[in-house]
Design a protein around this ligand. Sequence first.
Ligand SMILES: *[C@@H]1O[C@H](CO)[C@@H](O)[C@H](O)[C@H]1NC(C)=O
Ligand SMILES: *[C@@H]1O[C@H](CO)[C@@H](O)[C@H](O)[C@H]1NC(C)=O
Ligand SMILES: *[C@@H]1O[C@H](CO)[C@@H](O)[C@H](O)[C@H]1NC(C)=O
Ligand SMILES: *[C@@H]1O[C@H](CO)[C@@H](O)[C@H](O)[C@H]1NC(C)=O
Ligand SMILES: *[C@@H]1O[C@H](CO)[C@@H](O)[C@H](O)[C@H]1NC(C)=O
Ligand SMILES: *[C@@H]1O[C@H](CO)[C@@H](O)[C@H](O)[C@H]1NC(C)=O
Length: 438
Amino acid sequence: MPGFQKETLYTKEPVKTHTVTRTMIAVKIYSPQNWKYFCKILVIMVMIGFIVQFWKVSEPFRCQEQIYRNTSELWQEFLKNTMKARPIDKGSSFWDTSPFIDSCKPKNHIFFLKTHKTASSTVMNILFRFGDSRNLAFAFPFQSQFSYPSFFSSKFVKGFTEQSNKEFHIMCHHMRFQLSEVEKVMPNDTFYFTILRNPISQMESSFSYYRNTGAFQKAKSLDEFLKNTSMYYIISKGRSYYAKNSMAFDLGFDHNTHTSAKQLKLVCHMVESMFDLVLISDYFDESLVLLKNALCWSLDDILSIPLNSRSNTTKRSLSKDTQEKIKTWSQIDWHLYTYFNRSFWNQVEKYGRERMERDVEELRRKRNETAQACLQGEVDPKHIRDKSLAPYQSGIARILGYNLKPGLKEIDKRLCQRLVTPELQYSTLLHDKSKNAT
Ligand SMILES: *[C@@H]1O[C@H](CO)[C@@H](O)[C@H](O)[C@H]1NC(C)=O
Ligand SMILES: *[C@@H]1O[C@H](CO)[C@@H](O)[C@H](O)[C@H]1NC(C)=O
Ligand SMILES: *[C@@H]1O[C@H](CO)[C@@H](O)[C@H](O)[C@H]1NC(C)=O
Ligand SMILES: *[C@@H]1O[C@H](CO)[C@@H](O)[C@H](O)[C@H]1NC(C)=O
Ligand SMILES: *[C@@H]1O[C@H](CO)[C@@H](O)[C@H](O)[C@H]1NC(C)=O
Ligand SMILES: *[C@@H]1O[C@H](CO)[C@@H](O)[C@H](O)[C@H]1NC(C)=O
Protein backbone atom coordinates (compact mmCIF):
# COMPACT_ATOMS: atom_id res chain seq x y z
CA MET A 1 0.00 0.00 0.00
CA PRO A 2 1.62 3.24 -1.09
CA GLY A 3 1.96 5.90 1.59
CA PHE A 4 -0.96 8.28 1.28
CA GLN A 5 -0.28 11.81 2.42
CA LYS A 6 -3.32 13.39 3.92
CA GLU A 7 -2.01 16.85 3.14
CA THR A 8 -2.12 16.20 -0.57
CA LEU A 9 -5.86 16.49 -0.40
CA TYR A 10 -5.63 20.06 0.71
CA THR A 11 -2.57 21.23 -1.19
CA LYS A 12 -3.01 24.04 -3.69
CA GLU A 13 -0.46 22.54 -6.08
CA PRO A 14 -1.68 20.09 -8.64
CA VAL A 15 -1.07 16.56 -7.47
CA LYS A 16 2.41 15.57 -8.56
CA THR A 17 3.02 12.47 -6.60
CA HIS A 18 2.41 9.05 -8.11
CA THR A 19 1.65 7.51 -4.78
CA VAL A 20 -2.02 8.18 -5.03
CA THR A 21 -5.04 6.16 -4.13
CA ARG A 22 -7.74 5.10 -6.49
CA THR A 23 -9.97 8.01 -5.62
CA MET A 24 -7.22 10.39 -6.41
CA ILE A 25 -6.58 8.83 -9.74
CA ALA A 26 -10.18 9.52 -10.58
CA VAL A 27 -9.63 13.08 -9.52
CA LYS A 28 -6.61 13.51 -11.77
CA ILE A 29 -8.74 14.04 -14.80
CA TYR A 30 -9.68 17.47 -13.51
CA SER A 31 -7.57 20.46 -14.35
CA PRO A 32 -5.66 22.15 -11.49
CA GLN A 33 -8.34 24.88 -11.33
CA ASN A 34 -11.17 22.42 -10.97
CA TRP A 35 -9.16 20.44 -8.49
CA LYS A 36 -8.93 23.39 -6.11
CA TYR A 37 -12.64 23.94 -6.47
CA PHE A 38 -13.31 20.29 -5.81
CA CYS A 39 -11.16 20.39 -2.68
CA LYS A 40 -13.12 23.31 -1.29
CA ILE A 41 -16.43 21.55 -1.91
CA LEU A 42 -15.07 18.40 -0.34
CA VAL A 43 -13.87 20.22 2.77
CA ILE A 44 -17.23 21.95 3.12
CA MET A 45 -19.08 18.67 2.69
CA VAL A 46 -16.90 16.97 5.29
CA MET A 47 -17.57 19.83 7.67
CA ILE A 48 -21.32 19.60 7.14
CA GLY A 49 -21.07 15.87 7.76
CA PHE A 50 -19.29 16.52 11.03
CA ILE A 51 -21.84 19.05 12.14
CA VAL A 52 -24.71 16.70 11.36
CA GLN A 53 -22.99 13.88 13.20
CA PHE A 54 -22.22 16.07 16.16
CA TRP A 55 -25.79 17.31 16.23
CA LYS A 56 -27.03 13.74 16.39
CA VAL A 57 -24.53 12.60 19.00
CA SER A 58 -24.91 15.67 21.12
CA GLU A 59 -28.68 15.55 21.15
CA PRO A 60 -28.99 14.21 24.68
CA PHE A 61 -26.66 16.91 25.92
CA ARG A 62 -28.28 19.74 24.05
CA CYS A 63 -31.70 18.92 25.32
CA GLN A 64 -31.70 18.02 28.94
CA GLU A 65 -35.20 16.70 28.62
CA GLN A 66 -33.90 13.72 26.69
CA ILE A 67 -33.02 11.51 29.58
CA TYR A 68 -32.68 8.18 27.88
CA ARG A 69 -31.36 7.38 24.44
CA ASN A 70 -30.40 3.76 24.93
CA THR A 71 -31.09 1.99 28.15
CA SER A 72 -27.73 0.43 28.92
CA GLU A 73 -25.92 3.61 28.02
CA LEU A 74 -28.22 5.61 30.25
CA TRP A 75 -27.60 3.31 33.14
CA GLN A 76 -23.82 3.59 32.71
CA GLU A 77 -23.98 7.34 32.58
CA PHE A 78 -26.24 7.43 35.55
CA LEU A 79 -23.82 5.33 37.61
CA LYS A 80 -20.93 7.47 36.51
CA ASN A 81 -22.61 10.73 37.41
CA THR A 82 -24.03 9.90 40.75
CA MET A 83 -22.26 8.86 43.85
CA LYS A 84 -25.36 7.62 45.51
CA ALA A 85 -26.47 5.17 42.87
CA ARG A 86 -26.23 1.64 44.07
CA PRO A 87 -26.55 -1.56 42.10
CA ILE A 88 -30.15 -2.49 41.35
CA ASP A 89 -29.83 -5.70 43.25
CA LYS A 90 -29.34 -4.27 46.67
CA GLY A 91 -29.63 -7.62 48.38
CA SER A 92 -30.99 -6.45 51.67
CA SER A 93 -33.95 -4.16 51.81
CA PHE A 94 -33.22 -0.45 51.67
CA TRP A 95 -34.63 0.26 55.03
CA ASP A 96 -34.28 -1.48 58.28
CA THR A 97 -37.51 -3.16 59.24
CA SER A 98 -36.20 -4.65 62.42
CA PRO A 99 -37.88 -3.49 65.62
CA PHE A 100 -36.52 -0.45 67.37
CA ILE A 101 -33.01 -1.14 68.50
CA ASP A 102 -30.78 0.98 70.69
CA SER A 103 -28.33 1.72 67.93
CA CYS A 104 -31.13 3.35 65.95
CA LYS A 105 -30.24 7.04 65.85
CA PRO A 106 -32.79 9.52 64.50
CA LYS A 107 -31.69 10.60 61.04
CA ASN A 108 -31.49 14.30 60.40
CA HIS A 109 -29.93 14.55 56.96
CA ILE A 110 -32.98 14.35 54.80
CA PHE A 111 -33.89 14.97 51.22
CA PHE A 112 -37.55 14.91 50.22
CA LEU A 113 -38.54 15.23 46.58
CA LYS A 114 -41.82 17.11 46.79
CA THR A 115 -44.02 15.95 43.93
CA HIS A 116 -47.14 17.81 42.79
CA LYS A 117 -50.63 17.00 44.05
CA THR A 118 -49.60 14.03 46.15
CA ALA A 119 -50.16 15.17 49.76
CA SER A 120 -46.55 16.29 49.76
CA SER A 121 -47.40 19.54 51.57
CA THR A 122 -48.36 17.54 54.62
CA VAL A 123 -45.04 15.68 54.47
CA MET A 124 -43.25 18.99 54.09
CA ASN A 125 -44.97 20.29 57.22
CA ILE A 126 -43.70 17.25 59.13
CA LEU A 127 -40.15 18.02 57.99
CA PHE A 128 -40.56 21.72 58.77
CA ARG A 129 -41.65 20.98 62.33
CA PHE A 130 -38.94 18.39 62.86
CA GLY A 131 -36.23 20.81 61.71
CA ASP A 132 -37.82 23.78 63.46
CA SER A 133 -37.92 22.14 66.87
CA ARG A 134 -34.29 20.98 66.55
CA ASN A 135 -32.92 24.10 64.86
CA LEU A 136 -31.73 22.16 61.81
CA ALA A 137 -30.49 23.93 58.70
CA PHE A 138 -32.84 23.89 55.70
CA ALA A 139 -31.69 24.36 52.14
CA PHE A 140 -33.83 27.29 50.98
CA PRO A 141 -34.55 28.31 47.41
CA PHE A 142 -34.37 31.95 46.30
CA GLN A 143 -38.08 32.00 45.57
CA SER A 144 -40.70 29.64 46.91
CA GLN A 145 -39.32 26.78 44.78
CA PHE A 146 -35.96 25.72 43.39
CA SER A 147 -36.58 27.40 40.02
CA TYR A 148 -39.07 24.75 38.98
CA PRO A 149 -39.47 23.54 36.20
CA SER A 150 -35.75 23.89 35.45
CA PHE A 151 -33.63 20.98 36.50
CA PHE A 152 -32.33 21.49 40.01
CA SER A 153 -28.91 23.03 40.33
CA SER A 154 -26.89 23.57 43.50
CA LYS A 155 -26.76 27.24 42.43
CA PHE A 156 -30.43 27.52 43.37
CA VAL A 157 -29.67 27.00 47.07
CA LYS A 158 -29.32 30.12 49.17
CA GLY A 159 -25.99 30.32 50.90
CA PHE A 160 -24.46 27.35 49.09
CA THR A 161 -21.11 27.48 47.32
CA GLU A 162 -18.93 24.50 46.48
CA GLN A 163 -16.19 25.94 48.67
CA SER A 164 -18.26 26.57 51.77
CA ASN A 165 -18.78 23.53 53.93
CA LYS A 166 -22.03 24.66 55.45
CA GLU A 167 -24.01 21.69 56.64
CA PHE A 168 -27.56 21.41 55.37
CA HIS A 169 -29.89 19.01 57.12
CA ILE A 170 -33.12 19.13 55.19
CA MET A 171 -34.02 19.91 51.60
CA CYS A 172 -37.71 19.66 50.71
CA HIS A 173 -38.94 22.50 48.47
CA HIS A 174 -40.34 21.86 45.01
CA MET A 175 -37.77 21.11 42.34
CA ARG A 176 -37.18 19.08 39.22
CA PHE A 177 -34.89 16.40 40.54
CA GLN A 178 -31.29 16.02 39.48
CA LEU A 179 -29.42 13.77 41.88
CA SER A 180 -25.88 14.80 40.96
CA GLU A 181 -26.68 18.41 41.88
CA VAL A 182 -28.53 17.56 45.08
CA GLU A 183 -25.53 15.50 46.16
CA LYS A 184 -23.32 18.56 45.96
CA VAL A 185 -25.42 20.22 48.63
CA MET A 186 -26.51 17.41 50.91
CA PRO A 187 -24.21 15.31 53.11
CA ASN A 188 -23.32 11.84 51.89
CA ASP A 189 -25.40 10.05 54.52
CA THR A 190 -28.61 11.81 53.48
CA PHE A 191 -31.83 9.85 53.47
CA TYR A 192 -33.68 10.33 50.16
CA PHE A 193 -37.40 9.87 49.88
CA THR A 194 -40.35 10.94 47.78
CA ILE A 195 -44.09 10.33 47.42
CA LEU A 196 -46.24 9.03 44.58
CA ARG A 197 -49.99 9.00 44.20
CA ASN A 198 -52.34 7.06 41.97
CA PRO A 199 -52.04 9.01 38.68
CA ILE A 200 -55.83 8.90 38.22
CA SER A 201 -56.64 10.92 41.34
CA GLN A 202 -53.40 12.83 40.99
CA MET A 203 -54.43 14.03 37.55
CA GLU A 204 -57.94 14.90 38.68
CA SER A 205 -56.40 17.03 41.41
CA SER A 206 -53.90 18.57 39.04
CA PHE A 207 -56.66 19.47 36.59
CA SER A 208 -58.53 21.34 39.26
CA TYR A 209 -55.47 23.06 40.69
CA TYR A 210 -53.89 24.04 37.37
CA ARG A 211 -57.20 24.72 35.66
CA ASN A 212 -56.10 28.13 34.43
CA THR A 213 -52.77 27.16 32.95
CA GLY A 214 -51.73 26.00 29.51
CA ALA A 215 -52.90 22.58 28.53
CA PHE A 216 -55.97 22.51 30.78
CA GLN A 217 -57.15 26.02 30.11
CA LYS A 218 -59.45 25.38 27.17
CA ALA A 219 -60.79 21.97 28.12
CA LYS A 220 -64.21 21.97 29.76
CA SER A 221 -63.40 18.97 31.88
CA LEU A 222 -60.75 16.34 32.31
CA ASP A 223 -62.93 13.91 30.35
CA GLU A 224 -63.02 16.42 27.54
CA PHE A 225 -59.26 16.91 27.70
CA LEU A 226 -58.53 13.22 27.45
CA LYS A 227 -61.00 12.67 24.63
CA ASN A 228 -58.84 14.68 22.31
CA THR A 229 -55.55 15.62 23.88
CA SER A 230 -54.06 16.72 20.56
CA MET A 231 -56.49 19.61 20.59
CA TYR A 232 -55.38 20.91 24.00
CA TYR A 233 -51.92 19.56 24.66
CA ILE A 234 -48.91 21.20 23.07
CA ILE A 235 -45.62 19.71 24.21
CA SER A 236 -43.60 22.87 24.19
CA LYS A 237 -46.24 25.18 25.58
CA GLY A 238 -48.15 26.01 28.67
CA ARG A 239 -46.67 24.00 31.49
CA SER A 240 -47.33 20.70 29.80
CA TYR A 241 -45.69 18.94 32.73
CA TYR A 242 -48.78 19.46 34.87
CA ALA A 243 -50.86 17.63 32.31
CA LYS A 244 -48.85 14.52 31.52
CA ASN A 245 -46.56 12.25 33.55
CA SER A 246 -46.26 14.97 36.13
CA MET A 247 -44.55 12.81 38.74
CA ALA A 248 -42.04 11.40 36.25
CA PHE A 249 -41.27 14.97 35.23
CA ASP A 250 -40.59 15.98 38.84
CA LEU A 251 -38.31 12.97 39.16
CA GLY A 252 -36.30 14.34 36.25
CA PHE A 253 -37.53 12.19 33.37
CA ASP A 254 -38.77 13.32 30.01
CA HIS A 255 -42.56 13.34 30.28
CA ASN A 256 -43.25 13.30 26.55
CA THR A 257 -41.24 10.67 24.71
CA HIS A 258 -42.72 7.34 23.91
CA THR A 259 -41.29 4.91 26.41
CA SER A 260 -40.67 1.26 25.68
CA ALA A 261 -41.35 -1.45 28.24
CA LYS A 262 -37.64 -1.78 28.81
CA GLN A 263 -37.22 1.91 29.44
CA LEU A 264 -40.16 1.95 31.84
CA LYS A 265 -38.47 -0.75 33.83
CA LEU A 266 -35.23 1.18 33.85
CA VAL A 267 -37.00 4.32 35.05
CA CYS A 268 -38.37 2.37 37.99
CA HIS A 269 -34.98 0.88 38.78
CA MET A 270 -33.35 4.27 38.65
CA VAL A 271 -35.86 5.74 41.06
CA GLU A 272 -35.44 2.77 43.32
CA SER A 273 -31.69 3.17 43.38
CA MET A 274 -31.82 6.92 43.96
CA PHE A 275 -34.38 6.93 46.75
CA ASP A 276 -34.27 5.11 50.04
CA LEU A 277 -38.03 5.16 50.36
CA VAL A 278 -41.02 5.92 48.13
CA LEU A 279 -44.21 6.76 49.98
CA ILE A 280 -47.68 6.18 48.53
CA SER A 281 -50.20 8.97 49.23
CA ASP A 282 -53.13 6.62 48.85
CA TYR A 283 -51.86 4.85 51.97
CA PHE A 284 -50.72 7.92 53.75
CA ASP A 285 -50.74 6.71 57.33
CA GLU A 286 -48.97 3.47 56.47
CA SER A 287 -46.47 5.60 54.58
CA LEU A 288 -45.81 7.73 57.64
CA VAL A 289 -45.25 4.66 59.78
CA LEU A 290 -42.68 3.32 57.31
CA LEU A 291 -41.06 6.73 57.22
CA LYS A 292 -40.91 6.91 61.00
CA ASN A 293 -39.29 3.49 61.06
CA ALA A 294 -36.76 4.30 58.36
CA LEU A 295 -35.74 7.57 59.98
CA CYS A 296 -35.74 6.19 63.48
CA TRP A 297 -38.19 8.87 64.56
CA SER A 298 -40.95 8.84 67.14
CA LEU A 299 -44.67 8.79 66.53
CA ASP A 300 -44.89 12.44 67.59
CA ASP A 301 -42.44 13.38 64.85
CA ILE A 302 -44.77 12.13 62.13
CA LEU A 303 -47.97 13.43 63.67
CA SER A 304 -49.70 15.60 61.08
CA ILE A 305 -52.95 17.18 60.02
CA PRO A 306 -53.83 17.00 56.32
CA LEU A 307 -52.74 20.25 54.67
CA ASN A 308 -53.49 21.82 51.33
CA SER A 309 -56.50 19.57 50.83
CA ARG A 310 -59.32 20.52 48.53
CA SER A 311 -62.90 21.10 49.44
CA ASN A 312 -64.75 18.08 48.12
CA THR A 313 -67.09 20.44 46.29
CA THR A 314 -64.28 20.90 43.76
CA LYS A 315 -63.57 17.18 43.42
CA ARG A 316 -64.91 15.39 40.38
CA SER A 317 -65.47 11.74 39.86
CA LEU A 318 -64.10 10.40 36.60
CA SER A 319 -65.72 7.99 34.19
CA LYS A 320 -64.27 4.50 33.86
CA ASP A 321 -63.28 5.39 30.34
CA THR A 322 -61.36 8.48 31.45
CA GLN A 323 -59.58 6.51 34.14
CA GLU A 324 -58.36 4.02 31.56
CA LYS A 325 -57.21 6.84 29.31
CA ILE A 326 -55.11 8.35 32.08
CA LYS A 327 -53.23 5.06 32.44
CA THR A 328 -52.02 5.25 28.85
CA TRP A 329 -51.75 9.03 28.62
CA SER A 330 -49.53 9.26 31.71
CA GLN A 331 -47.97 5.91 31.07
CA ILE A 332 -44.70 6.54 32.92
CA ASP A 333 -46.52 7.75 36.02
CA TRP A 334 -48.84 4.80 35.92
CA HIS A 335 -45.95 2.42 35.62
CA LEU A 336 -44.04 4.10 38.44
CA TYR A 337 -47.10 4.01 40.62
CA THR A 338 -47.90 0.33 40.17
CA TYR A 339 -44.26 -0.59 40.61
CA PHE A 340 -43.81 1.34 43.85
CA ASN A 341 -47.23 0.43 45.15
CA ARG A 342 -46.14 -3.18 44.89
CA SER A 343 -42.80 -2.59 46.57
CA PHE A 344 -44.54 -0.50 49.22
CA TRP A 345 -46.77 -3.38 50.25
CA ASN A 346 -43.81 -5.73 50.22
CA GLN A 347 -42.20 -3.42 52.73
CA VAL A 348 -45.34 -3.38 54.83
CA GLU A 349 -45.25 -7.17 54.73
CA LYS A 350 -41.69 -7.14 56.02
CA TYR A 351 -42.57 -4.60 58.66
CA GLY A 352 -45.37 -6.88 59.81
CA ARG A 353 -49.01 -6.38 58.92
CA GLU A 354 -50.26 -6.49 62.45
CA ARG A 355 -47.56 -4.23 63.69
CA MET A 356 -48.49 -1.83 60.91
CA GLU A 357 -52.18 -1.94 61.82
CA ARG A 358 -51.38 -1.22 65.45
CA ASP A 359 -49.11 1.69 64.56
CA VAL A 360 -51.60 3.19 62.14
CA GLU A 361 -54.35 2.91 64.74
CA GLU A 362 -52.14 4.65 67.29
CA LEU A 363 -51.24 7.38 64.83
CA ARG A 364 -54.89 8.05 64.01
CA ARG A 365 -55.83 8.13 67.65
CA LYS A 366 -53.12 10.66 68.39
CA ARG A 367 -54.11 12.73 65.39
CA ASN A 368 -57.70 12.81 66.57
CA GLU A 369 -56.63 13.87 70.03
CA THR A 370 -54.40 16.58 68.69
CA ALA A 371 -57.03 17.85 66.29
CA GLN A 372 -59.54 18.00 69.10
CA ALA A 373 -57.15 19.88 71.35
CA CYS A 374 -55.99 22.33 68.71
CA LEU A 375 -58.56 22.90 66.02
CA GLN A 376 -62.06 24.04 65.44
CA GLY A 377 -62.07 22.05 62.26
CA GLU A 378 -61.30 22.32 58.59
CA VAL A 379 -62.93 25.35 57.00
CA ASP A 380 -63.40 27.07 53.69
CA PRO A 381 -60.66 29.64 53.00
CA LYS A 382 -63.01 32.58 53.51
CA HIS A 383 -63.76 31.43 57.04
CA ILE A 384 -60.15 31.34 58.20
CA ARG A 385 -59.79 34.01 60.85
CA ASP A 386 -56.01 34.10 61.15
CA LYS A 387 -54.69 35.05 57.72
CA SER A 388 -51.27 33.62 58.53
CA LEU A 389 -52.98 30.23 58.44
CA ALA A 390 -54.73 30.78 55.11
CA PRO A 391 -53.38 28.53 52.36
CA TYR A 392 -52.55 29.67 48.85
CA GLN A 393 -55.43 29.24 46.41
CA SER A 394 -55.13 28.13 42.81
CA GLY A 395 -57.31 27.26 39.84
CA ILE A 396 -60.81 26.17 40.70
CA ALA A 397 -59.62 24.13 43.66
CA ARG A 398 -60.80 25.43 47.01
CA ILE A 399 -57.95 24.76 49.40
CA LEU A 400 -59.18 24.35 52.94
CA GLY A 401 -57.52 25.60 56.08
CA TYR A 402 -58.04 25.57 59.82
CA ASN A 403 -59.07 27.77 62.69
CA LEU A 404 -57.38 27.23 66.02
CA LYS A 405 -59.45 26.71 69.13
CA PRO A 406 -59.72 29.96 71.01
CA GLY A 407 -58.13 30.22 74.44
CA LEU A 408 -55.21 27.83 73.92
CA LYS A 409 -52.30 28.09 76.31
CA GLU A 410 -49.34 29.87 74.75
CA ILE A 411 -47.16 26.77 74.49
CA ASP A 412 -49.95 24.66 73.01
CA LYS A 413 -50.92 27.44 70.69
CA ARG A 414 -47.47 27.51 69.16
CA LEU A 415 -47.49 23.79 68.52
CA CYS A 416 -51.02 23.85 67.17
CA GLN A 417 -50.22 26.77 64.93
CA ARG A 418 -47.19 25.06 63.41
CA LEU A 419 -49.24 21.97 62.72
CA VAL A 420 -51.55 23.85 60.38
CA THR A 421 -49.33 26.63 59.04
CA PRO A 422 -49.41 26.43 55.23
CA GLU A 423 -46.11 25.79 53.49
CA LEU A 424 -45.47 29.27 52.09
CA GLN A 425 -45.92 30.95 55.46
CA TYR A 426 -43.98 28.29 57.32
CA SER A 427 -41.13 28.44 54.85
CA THR A 428 -40.91 32.21 55.36
CA LEU A 429 -40.93 31.78 59.14
CA LEU A 430 -38.10 29.26 59.00
CA HIS A 431 -36.15 31.35 56.59
CA ASP A 432 -36.42 34.41 58.83
CA LYS A 433 -35.40 32.29 61.77
CA SER A 434 -32.28 31.06 59.95
CA LYS A 435 -31.33 34.64 59.07
CA ASN A 436 -31.64 35.73 62.69
CA ALA A 437 -29.54 32.78 63.80
CA THR A 438 -26.54 33.76 61.69
C1 LIG B 1 -26.27 1.29 23.64
O1 LIG B 1 -25.12 2.08 23.48
C2 LIG B 1 -23.91 1.41 23.80
C3 LIG B 1 -22.78 2.42 23.71
O2 LIG B 1 -23.06 3.44 22.81
C4 LIG B 1 -23.72 0.22 22.85
O3 LIG B 1 -22.52 -0.46 23.19
C5 LIG B 1 -24.90 -0.72 23.02
O4 LIG B 1 -24.81 -1.77 22.12
C6 LIG B 1 -26.20 0.02 22.79
N1 LIG B 1 -27.31 -0.86 23.15
C7 LIG B 1 -28.42 -0.96 22.44
C8 LIG B 1 -29.45 -1.90 22.98
O5 LIG B 1 -28.62 -0.28 21.47
C1 LIG C 1 -18.93 11.27 53.98
O1 LIG C 1 -18.66 12.56 54.45
C2 LIG C 1 -17.86 12.59 55.63
C3 LIG C 1 -17.80 14.01 56.12
O2 LIG C 1 -17.89 14.94 55.12
C4 LIG C 1 -16.49 11.99 55.28
O3 LIG C 1 -15.69 11.99 56.42
C5 LIG C 1 -16.70 10.57 54.77
O4 LIG C 1 -15.46 10.03 54.36
C6 LIG C 1 -17.65 10.53 53.62
N1 LIG C 1 -17.96 9.13 53.30
C7 LIG C 1 -17.99 8.68 52.06
C8 LIG C 1 -18.33 7.24 51.91
O5 LIG C 1 -17.78 9.39 51.10
C1 LIG D 1 -59.00 16.35 17.72
O1 LIG D 1 -58.44 17.64 17.52
C2 LIG D 1 -57.73 17.78 16.30
C3 LIG D 1 -57.03 19.13 16.29
O2 LIG D 1 -57.89 20.17 16.63
C4 LIG D 1 -58.73 17.61 15.14
O3 LIG D 1 -58.04 17.74 13.92
C5 LIG D 1 -59.36 16.23 15.26
O4 LIG D 1 -60.36 16.09 14.28
C6 LIG D 1 -59.99 16.02 16.63
N1 LIG D 1 -60.41 14.65 16.77
C7 LIG D 1 -61.56 14.28 17.31
C8 LIG D 1 -61.82 12.82 17.41
O5 LIG D 1 -62.38 15.11 17.72
C1 LIG E 1 -68.12 16.57 51.31
O1 LIG E 1 -68.02 17.31 52.50
C2 LIG E 1 -69.24 17.48 53.16
C3 LIG E 1 -69.04 18.40 54.33
O2 LIG E 1 -67.72 18.63 54.64
C4 LIG E 1 -69.79 16.12 53.59
O3 LIG E 1 -71.03 16.27 54.23
C5 LIG E 1 -69.92 15.24 52.40
O4 LIG E 1 -70.31 13.94 52.78
C6 LIG E 1 -68.64 15.16 51.63
N1 LIG E 1 -68.82 14.43 50.41
C7 LIG E 1 -68.01 13.46 50.02
C8 LIG E 1 -68.33 12.82 48.73
O5 LIG E 1 -67.05 13.09 50.69
C1 LIG F 1 -51.79 -1.12 45.29
O1 LIG F 1 -51.53 -2.19 46.17
C2 LIG F 1 -52.67 -2.65 46.88
C3 LIG F 1 -52.22 -3.72 47.86
O2 LIG F 1 -51.53 -4.73 47.21
C4 LIG F 1 -53.70 -3.17 45.91
O3 LIG F 1 -54.86 -3.55 46.62
C5 LIG F 1 -54.04 -2.06 44.92
O4 LIG F 1 -54.93 -2.55 43.94
C6 LIG F 1 -52.78 -1.54 44.25
N1 LIG F 1 -53.14 -0.43 43.39
C7 LIG F 1 -52.82 -0.38 42.09
C8 LIG F 1 -53.32 0.78 41.35
O5 LIG F 1 -52.15 -1.25 41.56
C1 LIG G 1 -61.04 9.84 64.68
O1 LIG G 1 -62.17 10.68 64.59
C2 LIG G 1 -63.04 10.38 63.53
C3 LIG G 1 -64.17 11.37 63.51
O2 LIG G 1 -63.83 12.57 64.10
C4 LIG G 1 -63.60 8.97 63.71
O3 LIG G 1 -64.39 8.64 62.60
C5 LIG G 1 -62.43 8.00 63.80
O4 LIG G 1 -62.93 6.69 64.10
C6 LIG G 1 -61.47 8.39 64.88
N1 LIG G 1 -60.32 7.50 64.82
C7 LIG G 1 -59.74 6.99 65.90
C8 LIG G 1 -58.60 6.06 65.67
O5 LIG G 1 -60.10 7.26 67.01
